[in-house]
Every structure is written in structure tokens, then in C-alpha cells.
Design a protein around this ligand. Sequence first.
Ligand SMILES: [Zn+2]
Length: 198
Amino acid sequence: MTGKSAARGAPLFKVRRSRVHGRGAFAERRIRKGTRIIEYLGERVSHQEADRRYEDRGARDSHTFLFIVDARTVIDAGAGGNDARFINHSCKPNCETVMEGKRVFIEATRTIQPGEELNYDYQLGRAADDPPDVDEIYACRCGQANCRGTMLWPPKKAPRRTAARPYTARRAERAPSAKSAKNAKRGTPRKRKQAALR
Ligand SMILES: [Zn+2]
């Protein structure tokens, strides 16, 4: 499999086994900073439909092929997706996602040498109904010196305090999962719902 540049049809990257996670995307040639590498494609569905599709997967399956367009729409790269779905997370990435209208593109943030693995920071959002071991489920093994150990952002949830907190703050923490989709961070991949907790 190869990722083709829209402009010239020459492969910018190739998908193969990655040491970081499953398969990954590796530069086939030098990619200049700012290059638009590939569009993140797949079927556009609602957050609810995405939940329905993947709730039966093992709760510990962290393969993520969902990408948040906005509070209404998710791109499901598991259906009609392209090789963009194989680009792994890194805490020190060489790419970023760029939203243009409701389309998502992956662009190089620095010059990438042939053979380098392409990656971007997933910054997976946290939700009120995440399981306690969510950081282990989405553990990062990028191996960078600044690795924060998780694909989630912010890095670690502050421990819940029960004393001396305003009532409204406590309520917000227990927001039902339907609200999570509304708070979903635009332009980032999305975790699957953890079926075991539903
Ligand atoms: Zn990392």
C-alpha cells in the first residue's frame, strides 16, 4: 500500500509494520515541511453511529480509526478509509492535522527524511465515562524523550477531590456520555466507547 500525493501521483509513504503500534506510514522520499501528505478519508457518520459500530469490539482494543470533525460528525476510516488511518501517534510528531471546512488533512510540520515514520499527536480527549485504566489502554510507546506515556490529552487526569468543591464542578465531572460527544475536540482522532462500562 502506498500513499499517493494528489499532485504528482508519486508515493510519499508506504504502509508497513511499525515498532510503535500495528502498522505505520513510512516516508518513501524526502517530504518537505508544509507538504499536504494525505486527506483523512472514510465514511462520515454521527458520534452515535460510531458508538454503535464499535461498541462490540473488545474493550481493550485501542486501534482508533475514528476522527472527530465536529460535535455532529465523525470520520470512520474503518469504512472506505485510506492509508491515512495507519499514521500513528507520537509525542514528538513530524506531522499535524489541518481542518479545512469539514475535511481533514495531514501535513508535515518539518522536513521528513525517507524511511522516517510519519506521525501526529492524537491528543485523544478525555471523557467523564473513561475507565480508570484509560491511560494504559491508550498507552504511548513512541520512544521519544518527551513521551508522556499516553495518547490522551491532557496527560493525566487530576485526582478527583471530593472536599470543598463547588457543586457545579462536581456535576460537570459526572456529565453523561451524551455530553462527551458535544465536548469532543474538533480535529482529533476519537476513542471508541468502552463497551464494558456501558
Ligand atoms: Zn509518546
